[in-house]
Design a protein around this ligand. Structure first.
Ligand code: NAD
Length: 471
């Protein structure tokens, strides 16, 4: 049987790998092993609802690769989750971690549920039962497998998971590292919630620093003034849009599940987000034109398109009509394999998901390190830094006889706190990975897209690990 027109999510990831393998010097059979998911478990468990009825839930967790441990990847709550999707997302995690030098294997979990249909109490009982099932099977733990938030989950669910883990494993002194994306007062790290969206902004900044890449797209200048369309104003989309707007980009359209808002003068992202929080969607938002068929707006004229909602959004049906010059995949798998080919042929640059949205796992890595070291970043050296900087400022002022301007002095004398260290580490990671991708892209005349170049980089690193320790 041939692959259907747009293929399943996993088939799309597999086709991407198949396209890349010829650029790698791998022993026979290695590509298949790197690509194949190691283990996928399916769990089913009953939970009592508020009306005293019982409902059975189905969830999956896939460990795609354990070439490095722990394996890392989010837990998604959505009514359409299935095994294929979880395995595809786990594979992307393996490549993502390798690409951005985060020393983890790849994993992903999913629970088939519509969170909007449940009370907070029900969601807590469901999450705790799901976590219990995964912990008992060795699929959650600081040294084996560390989940994080994804679509439909956030720090609230991560807090329930860590508490369930601690209850079941009270002897584990590193219990806080069993999950990332926790609230800061439960072992989370400052800057994690916004990390994926902030990472998307850092990626776009780095793109504009590379004038040859910018020239290939036909764009010019910086992100300031660029017209951007964002699909999905959830965790990733909201933060990406907010930080891009802070860089003076114009968010001219936001596409949500119940419709889209277009405003050529730029949308006030915080205002729209607040509207969604109160009303459940964009419908009725007064500052822009409402369109019911949200997905059609993916082809709206703009400079940069940021799909930040779901997989399979740009397909063979709409790829020929995309008008953006740059597409940044903030979501996982928003462009199908065939659609990606069409965009490449049309000279539209695509920054691939397993690089563009790697900010989340990068800051999760920082959080996990914080949990294992049992100390907040900056706690030991912040005041020391300030003390030394003050001494240098004093020496400069007394040597020159001039006082340094107050704002600059304050800036120089500020010690590094956790948030500034996390942001610096994230920025550095995203910039370094961009350059690694670009180097491979430039080395191969026949690689025409950043996705293939990024996958060559990632798979080569995974293969190097296997060369040292065996398959
Ligand atoms: P989220 O649940 O916070 O937000 C998703 C948003 O998309 C919501 O606002 C939702 O209403 C909207 N949406 C749902 N269906 C839609 C539709 N048909 N059209 C338009 N919008 C729709 O999820 P998130 O955490 O922001 O994740 C979004 C994507 O980013 C997913 O692909 C996820 O795997 C990926 N991702 C998330 C993280 C993270 O740290 N949260 C990290 C890496 C990748």
């Amino acid at each position: 049987m041939g692959i259907p027109k747009n293929g399943t999510f996993l088939q799309n990831v597999e086709r991407m790998v198949a396209k890349t393998v010829r650029y790698l010097d791998l022993p026979p059979g290695w590509a298949e092993e790197i690509q194949a998911p190691d283990t996928t478990i399916k769990v089913q468990f009953p939970v009592q609802m508020d009306d005293d009825t019982w409902k059975t839930f189905t969830g999956w967790r896939c460990t795609h690769s354990e070439h490095r441990l722990p394996a890392k990847g989010g837990i998604r709550y959505a009514s359409i989750v299935n095994e294929d999707e979880v395995e595809a997302l786990a594979a992307l995690m393996t490549y993502k971690c390798a690409l951005v030098n985060v020393p983890y294997g790849g994993s992903k979990g999913g629970l088939r549920i519509n969170p909007r249909e449940h009370s907070v109490g029900e969601l807590e009982r469901i999450t705790r039962r799901f976590a219990q099932a995964l912990i008992n099977k060795g699929f959650i733990g600081p040294s084996d497998n560390v989940p994080a938030p994804d679509m439909g989950t956030g720090e609230r669910e991560m807090a329930w998971i860590v508490d369930t883990y601690q209850t079941l494993k009270p002897e584990d002194i590193n219990y806080l590292g069993c999950v990332t994306g926790k609230p800061v007062d439960m072992g989370g790290v400052r800057g994690r919630t916004e990390a994926t969206g902030r990472g998307v902004m850092y990626v776009i900044r780095e793109f504009f620093r590379n004038v040859d890449d910018v020239a290939r797209t036909g764009l010019t200048g910086t992100v300031a003034g660029k017209k951007i369309v964002v699909q999905g104003l959830g965790n990733v989309g909201y933060h990406a849009a907010k930080f891009l707007a802070e860089d003076d980009a114009k968010i001219i359209a936001v596409l949500e599940w119940d419709g889209a808002i277009v405003n050529e003068d730029g949308i006030d992202i915080d205002d729209l987000r607040q509207w969604i929080d109160v009303h459940g969607g964009v419908t009725g938002y007064p500052y822009g034109t409402y369109h019911l068929e949200s997905r059609k707006l993916l082809t709206y004229p703009c400079d940069i398109l940021v799909p930040a909602a779901l997989e399979g959004q740009i397909t063979v049906e709409n790829a020929a009509d995309i008008q953006a010059r740059l597409v940044v995949e903030a979501a996982n798998g928003p462009i199908t394999y065939e659609a990606d080919r069409i965009l490449n042929e049309r000279g539209i640059m695509v920054i691939p998901d397993f690089y563009a949205n790697a900010g989340g796992v990068t800051v999760s890595y920082f959080e996990w390190i914080k949990n294992l070291s049992h100390i907040r970043f900056g706690r030991m050296q912040r005041r020391l830094d300030e003390f030394r900087a003050a001494a240098i400022v004093e020496a400069i002022e007394s040597a020159t006889g001039k006082e340094i301007e107050a704002k600059l002095k304050h800036h120089i004398m500020q010690g590094s706190d956790e948030l500034s260290m996390v942001r610096s580490g994230l920025d550095d990671t995203m910039r370094e990975a961009y350059q690694e991708i670009k180097e491979t892209f430039n080395e191969h005349n026949d690689i025409v897209d950043f996705r293939t170049a990024a996958l060559v980089v990632a798979m080569q690193k995974i293969a190097n690990t296997h060369k040292r320790i065996g398959l």
